[in-house]
Design a protein around this ligand. Sequence first.
Ligand SMILES: [Fe+2]
Ligand SMILES: [Fe+2]
Length: 246
Amino acid sequence: MHITGEMKMVDVVQKDIQLLAVIQRLNIPLGFREKSVKEVCQEQEVDLQFFLSLANAFHDKEYFKVEYFKDFPVTWLINYLKSAHKCYIEYRIPEIERQIINLEKQVDAKEKNMGLLLKFFRDYIREFTSHIEQEEANVFPYIIELADRIKDLENGKIDSLGEDEFSITGYLDDHNNIEETLFDLKNILLKFLPPPVENCEYNNLIYDIFRLESDLLDHADMEEGVLFPRVHEMEYRLNEAIKKQG
Ligand SMILES: [Fe+2]
Ligand SMILES: [Fe+2]
C-alpha cells in the first residue's frame, strides 16, 4: 500500500495497525470518522507531506528514502523522535519489565533463569535510558541550536556564529545500537529459557520485545539516516561561513 492524502485515515490504519504509533507520535487523536488523511492532517495542523513520508516509511521499509525527509525542519523530526522516546520510557519498557516480573513470580524458586533475565533487562533499561537522556539533554538541543544559527546565516546575521567550529562527530560516531541488546534478549528467551507456566504470557512477552526491537530499528534509522546527516550538513555550512569570516 502506498499511503496518499486522498485515502480515508480509517482505511489506512485498518490496513496497517502499526501506523497508530506514527499517529500517536504526531499527537493526532483517534475518531477519524470518514475523513481523509489530508483532512485529518489539516484539522490537526500536521503537515501532510511530513505525515505521508513518516507513514509510508514506517509502513514500507523499501519506501524509506532519506531524500524524502531532507526538506522538513529538523525541529519536526526532533519532536517526532522525542515523542517516541516518551512512549518507550513511560510505557513500552515498563510494560515489558512488568511481564518479566510477573513470569518470575510464577517460576520455581530454584529457577534462576527469570532472575537473570530480569537483571539483563534492568541493565538494558539503564543503558537505554541514559542513551535517551543524552539525546534529549545534549544532542537535540545542540541540533536546534544549529538550525537557529543556520537561520541567522541565511538572514545575514553572521556575527552570532562565534569562532568555534561546530562539531558533534564524536558523539554521532558512538551512537550505539541499543536495539542490538534487545536482539540478544529475545535470543536468550527463544533459545535457552523453557517456557514457564503461562505459555501464552511468555509468548506475549517475546512478541512485545520483538515489536519494540523493530520500532527501535526504525527509530535508529531516522536518527542515523535522516537527522544526523542533516547535522553534518548544517555543521559544514556553518564552519565554512566561520572560515570565510576569519
Ligand atoms: Fe532516540
Ligand atoms: Fe538514538
